[in-house]
Structure formats: C-alpha cells, structure tokens
Write a protein that binds this ligand. Structure first.
Ligand code: TYD
Length: 149
C-alpha cells in the first residue's frame, strides 16, 4: 500500500487554512496514519530539500520553511502520513503544480499559493515518488509514530 508525506507549510498555518487543506485531502479516501506538529530545525529542512542542493533559491526556501516570512512561531510545520492506493498521485493532483501561478485554480496551491520574490509559498508539500516518500517519512516520523493502516 502506498504511503506519502504531507507537510502543511508556514504560509498555510498563517492563513489558517490547515483545516481546509485536510478537508480536501480527506475527501480523497486515503487513511491518515501519522500526524504531528513539528518544530522544524534547519538540519531537518536541509535534509528534506537535499534534492535542491546548489539551487539559487534553496536558502530562501529554508527560511520560508522555518517560518521566517510568515510570522509563525516555533518554526512550526504540520506533518502527516497518508496511506492508500495511488496515495502519491492522488495527493499531488489535489495540491497542484509547484508554481502556484501555474497550478490549476481549483487545486490547493492554485487556490492559496503565492509567489513572493523568488520563493514559491505554495502551502503544502507532498512526496513525489515512492522512494522520496519513504525517505521523507523516515526523516519526519519515528516508525512507532505511524500506524500500519
Ligand atoms: P520541488 O521539490 O521542485 O517541488 P515540489 O514541492 O512540487 O515537489 O521544490 C521544492 C520547493 O522549493 C517547492 O515546493 C517550492 C520551492 N521552489 C521555489 O521556491 N522556487 C523554484 O524555482 C522551485 C523549483 C521550487
């Protein structure tokens, strides 16, 4: 059964749309098997975005994830594991393209994302492949924090 990591990012926390985002994801019919509030460290942020190493916008993305642009205390991020058939594709489709200006208007990023300077404040992260999902879940959750179904 496929698993995926979902993060609600600081812009969505500031906008108070985390409930709305979870409502949209709930309708996909997957199981939520892990959920927590995380105080993000720069080390975890950099490990999570290791694939962006060398990109000119990486430092700003890290600052954004740490809550520096959104007045969010304690470097707060909401983290979830969802499980189910085609969980990765279903959630990626619902959240929309990385760039909120190009994301379909009815998606989460298309509805609520913004481009501020060079940083896409796109409200939510979801794993892009089964390999990424397993790596990311291991970074954000201890095994005992995730249910098996
Ligand atoms: P990426 O892993 O390419 O996309 P996704 O989140 O859709 O899997 O990029 C990670 C984050 O980096 C992305 O959510 C927003 C930010 N980003 C920028 O700010 N500018 C950019 O040009 C790109 C490609 C990403």
């Amino acid at each position: 059964m496929e698993r995926t990591l979902v993060l609600i990012k600081p812009d969505a926390i500031e906008k108070r749309i985390s409930g709305l985002i979870l409502d949209r994801l709930d309708h996909l019919g997957l199981q939520m098997t892990g959920a927590k509030v995380v105080s993000l460290t720069e080390e975890l942020a950099r490990a999570h975005y290791k694939n962006l190493e060398g990109k000119p916008f990486l430092d700003e993305v890290i600052q954004y994830m740490m809550g520096e642009f959104n007045n969010v205390p304690n470097h707060k991020i909401y983290a979830f594991v969802f499980q189910g058939e085609n969980a990765i594709a279903k959630i990626r489709q619902e959240i929309g393209s990385t760039n909120p200006e190009k994301a379909a208007p009815w998606t989460i990023r298309g509805s609520f994302g913004r481009f501020i300077g060079d940083v896409m404040q796109n409200c939510v992260h979801a794993s892009g492949s089964p390999e990424d999902a397993e790596k990311e879940i291991a970074l954000w959750f201890k095994p005992e924090e995730v249910l098996d179904r």
